[in-house]
Ligand binder design. Structure first.
Ligand SMILES: [Mg+2]
Length: 228
């Protein structure tokens, strides 16, 4: 890991590439409140960040004792779609960071393939990130390592040559469980005071909050001038 040459950067999407978590939490909180289980956006960050939609359904059942309607996923998808098209932005500096890293890149997200495509298209990052992996492709989502291992295997790279960039507790745990060098990113709009310490409690070796720092953190600064 540390010291091994980096061949592949595996990017989480929500909260790492795109600043979607504040929007998604607002949408989910309003929806859950209409279902009789009142939530504020902060509750949604705390409880559901980094989970797939089936994971959210399970967690709501566990925490609130209700089964969400069958059309839950479709409703959230439609509500998110409208809000994302109006408000979604890339994380500050992420385009420059990708361009400054002379390695291969892919996305590995708990979101559906359609959600990943939509987020990258809206923010203009799609042209930089051709290879995309969704938790729908594996039996166990994050914090299991399966998705990252699938991404590495498909890209033909050993885990020790991969770097994972993640913002959620389940995501950094998945990266570490995959035996990959894992960095916790806390620069998204949903990361309040105290979140960096919480992420660090997972044992993730590095937590950072500015994407512009990433090439230096990975030892690439000065090797290549950013193209963008
Ligand atoms: Mg995330």
């Amino acid at each position: 890991m540390q010291g091994d040459p980096i061949d592949l950067v595996i990017w989480d999407c929500d909260g790492v590439l795109v600043d979607s978590e504040p929007i998604a939490a607002r949408v989910l909180a309003a929806y859950l409140t209409t279902q009789g289980v009142p939530h504020a956006p902060a509750d949604c960050f705390e409880r559901y960040t980094g989970l797939s939609m089936p994971g959210v359904r399970d967690r709501v059942r566990e925490l609130c004792g209700i089964d969400l309607p069958e059309d839950f996923e479709a409703r959230i998808r439609d509500l998110d779609d409208a809000e994302f098209r109006r408000h979604l932005k890339p994380i500050d500096g992420v385009r420059g960071a990708i361009a400054a890293l002379p390695v291969r890149h892919c996305v590995a997200s708990s979101g559906s393939p359609a959600k990943i495509d939509r987020s990258l298209d809206i923010t203009g990052l799609g042209e930089l990130l051709e290879y995309r992996f969704s938790a729908r492709q594996v039996a166990r989502g994050k914090p299991a390592p399966d998705l990252f291992l699938l991404a590495a295997e498909t890209m033909g790279t050993a885990p020790r040559h991969c770097v994972v960039i993640e913002d959620s507790l389940s995501g950094v745990r998945a990266g570490m469980a995959a035996g990959m060098r894992t960095l916790g990113f806390v620069g998204g709009g949903h990361c309040g005071p105290g979140y960096a310490a919480k992420l660090a409690e997972t044992g993730v070796p590095r937590v950072f909050d500015r994407m512009a720092e990433l090439p230096t953190l990975l030892g690439f600064q000065g090797l290549l001038r950013p193209r963008i």
